[in-house]
Design a protein around this ligand. Sequence first.
Ligand code: ADP
Ligand code: ZN
Ligand code: ZN
Length: 730
Amino acid sequence: MTQILKIALDVPLATLFDYRADSAGTEDIGRRVLVSFGRRKMVGMIVALADHSDHPAAQIKPVLQVLRDSPPLPQEILALLQFCSDYYHHPLGEVIFTALPQRLRSDQPNALPCRRAYALTTVAPSPDELPTRAVVRRKLLQFLQQSGAAPREALLDLSSSAARHVKEMLALGWIEQTEEAIPVPSAAPSTGAPVLPQLNQEQATVVAEIHAAPPGFVPWLLLGITGSGKTEIYLRLTASQLEQGRQVLVLVPEINLTPQLEARFRTRFPGVPVVALHSSLNDTERLQHWLLAQSGAARIVLGTRLAVFTPMSDLGLIIVDEEHDSSFKQQDGLRYSARDMAVARAKQRDIPILLGSATPSLESYQNALAGRYRLLRLTQRAVEEAQLPVIRRIDLRTEKPVDGLTAPLLRALGENLTRGRQSMVFINRRGYAPVLTCNQCGWIAPCLRCSSKLVVHLREGRLRCHHCGHEERIPRACPDCGNPDLAPVGQGTQRLEDVLTEHFPTARILRIDRDSTRRKHALKEMLQEVHEERVDILVGTQILAKGHDFKRLTLVGALNVDGALYSADFRAAERLFALLMQVAGRAGRAAEAGTVLIQTQFPDHPLFEALLRQDYEAFAATQLVERKQAGFPPFCHQALLRAEATRLETALDFLRKARKLAAADDPAITVYDAVPAPMARLAGRERAQLLVQAESRQTLQRFLHHWYSALSALHARQTRWSLDVDPLDF
Ligand code: ADP
Ligand code: ZN
Ligand code: ZN
């Protein structure tokens, strides 16, 4: 009987496609297939089998090939991807092919990479039977006798003429070629068991509480200030999972910035196979790590958001570090939250999940307050002598900054330099200056493709758009009035670096931002310099804020933070607080207390009151009150319909039609007006958006389900649209 296969394809259509095959069975669900689609050949995935199709038999094409070169995607992952597709209202085919490593999206052979190896055959002589002058052959035979099978490279290492002898021995039938799987990368076995620190009281309580919980799905929220020993908790929980024969998945926001975490896992579990999954791996490595996780060979998977879909048959625990970080949310294509998918996965698999942060997202924190998550706290720094930093505000109304820096900050930097300590100056803007203006007519260099200004990059003599990447030479004169006196206004990391060099000519100053770390390994090398104390003053963007443990850093200055205090974006304050807590966490990790100086026009803002005491919960409480009054998340659930076209009117028009379709009589749903996006023009496209809101997630989901089908049927001429469920930026 001919089998109908329901195939998911990587196309923007919310449907599965019917193909037939004579030689496919249930064991092939989750396998990739090669099919012809229109005029192209495409790789698809078998999602289900059926015994009949609604299409006439003559129209149903046979699959060209079922690709059996790698194990099928487990049912469990398919179910998770289906959930993801349903929740984000995104076609299943695109979801599946977003999740898969690049190599699995193609029809290339994908078997777990192997290397050539050789083994002795039954007719091989023993080494002693050979004359003593056959030195190389005796050596090779001996080596193979001892090792069973040996990889080709190991044999070639034995002698410079080994290659020739291997070839001859193959011809003689003494050895045969076999394959050996590439071993899983893991730390070299250390000489002894790693020394575990004694858990402090708080840590011990946390671990005991988690261990005492009944097995099954429990979402834990670990709220612990920087340096309180959260990572130590992750390691302990991982250890007990490994003992029980389970795998552990650890998600981090940006693995490039946290090589220390990977190193800590590797040294704590010597000999335990750990693999990383993140975007800076090449395609082969990514595939290899994915398959090692799926086969169970890798026991710990450490990865960024894309790792949340990694098949792991023995998965026993998921850990999400820095759970509040917005890089867990993908901001294009399939706009999913890896943190939320991790929770869904843990629930589906009925295992615990631990979300950790010093500044949880208000969504997660509210979940904990409401009893949906279980809250655990670490309130003290783990290393006894490690003091909390002292945080001070510098009032910009009385202390006038020169080139961005106030006198008290300069003084503190000078003193720290004299004492031989490291300092960091943090500003959230790369480049030299945010704008270039004409002193005569007020012209400001605009990006012609975006509704934004061009940033001055003086070193390179260029103006750059940080949104679309457009760049041009710095003009010699104002294009409007011809005045040659153009001035960069405001501060960026480059300018700050220059200014600090003028003030402290003998200091070793290092700038770390996206521009200075573009080269591969640049960031790693720079961090190394900092650790080796070859740097006195660090200047940088938020790249510096995350995770790095600088032992000698005792002073942090924060510039230009005010924009977020009164922003139209209701999440701006939450983000600023998290960022400043993280920045503060860099100071005084070691025995010496650190100082954080924040330059602000609004020293009385309540955000700073909570920050001075490093009191996340006080801050969260005030924010939650505001959010509740305003009816913002987490007290409601949102979805954003985004549309873009070459003309703004076209995009708005589409959204107005969409709004009519949404004119649901359901009072539980609020549909706002179609408006231009805050950045209406991006890379030459005009963008508009429409916000939908409901008090309960279920109500919103039910509404979106119907609306999405209606939208799909709408003729969206010349408009690209997408739905963003739980949007983070507007
Ligand atoms: P977090 O992840 O919360 O920032 P870490 O787990 O990195 O904190 O701990 C901060 C520092 O304290 C690290 O250097 C770690 O090795 C050390 N540490 C953690 N727990 C203990 C403990 N119980 N005893 C001694 N040192 C500890
Ligand atoms: Zn001018
Ligand atoms: Zn631009």
